[in-house]
Design a protein around this ligand. Sequence first.
Ligand code: DX5
Length: 238
Amino acid sequence: MTAEQPTSRAAQAPQSPAAIGLVPSILSADFSRLGEQVREAEEAGVQRIQIDVMDGHFVPNITMGPLIVEAVRRSTSLPLEAHLMITNPEYYIEAFARAGADVIIVHQETCPHLHRIVQQIKEAGKQAGVALNPSSPVWLLEDILSLLDLVLIMTVNPGFGGQEFIPETLPKIARLRQQLTERQLHCDLEVDGGINEHTAPLVVRAGANLLVAGSAVYNGRESVAAAVERLRRALALT
Ligand code: DX5
C-alpha cells in the first residue's frame, strides 16, 4: 500500500449497511466450545473474528495468547484480528503472525516507537492496525495514518466485555472519518466496545466501517445467528 492513494470503500463513508463489517470478539464466547462458537459466527455471515489479548499490565485483565489464535485459525478461514492490549507488543509480533493472525493491532499508548512496530508488522506480512483508548485523540496518528491498514477506536476503556458504550467517542470517530476521506486514505475505521443494536447505527453514521461486538453476539440468550441477524437488522435502518 502506498500513501495517499485515491479512494477505496474505506476512504468514503460506507454507504450501504451491507458494506459494514461485523467482527465478533471471542472474549464473550463459551471457551469450553470455542471452535464451535467461531464456526457459528462464520456461518452467520460475519466478516472477521477478533481475539482480545490482555496481559494484566496494560489492562486490568489477563486473557489469551498465540495458542488461542492458533486454535481459532484451525476453526475458520475468516480473517483474524489479534488486538494486543499488552505492553511491549514488539516482542510478540512474530509469534502472533506465526499463529495465524491476519491483522495485528497494537495500542498507541504502549508504543513509543510506533512507526518501527508498524514496519515490523508489515515485514511479518500482516496488516497493521493501531488502537486508541477513549481518552487518546486521533491527531496522535496524523503522521502515521497513511501507513496503517486499520485504526481501532475504543468505545469503552479496554479490559472487559459487556461495558457501557462511551458516547463521547462519536465525534472522535467522525473526525477520523473526515481525515481519512480528505486524505483519500485506504484504511479501515473499526470501533470496539458496547456495540449493540442501539449503538451500531450511531457509530456507522459517524463513519465506522468495521464493528467489533462481543456480548451482543455471544450473549447466551439467543443463538449467534439470531444475534448477528439482530445487528444486521439494526444496521439496515441506518
Ligand atoms: C475490551 C475488548 C472488546 C470487548 C468487546 O477491551 O477489546 O473487544 O470484548 O465486548 P463488548 O462488545 O461486550 O463490549
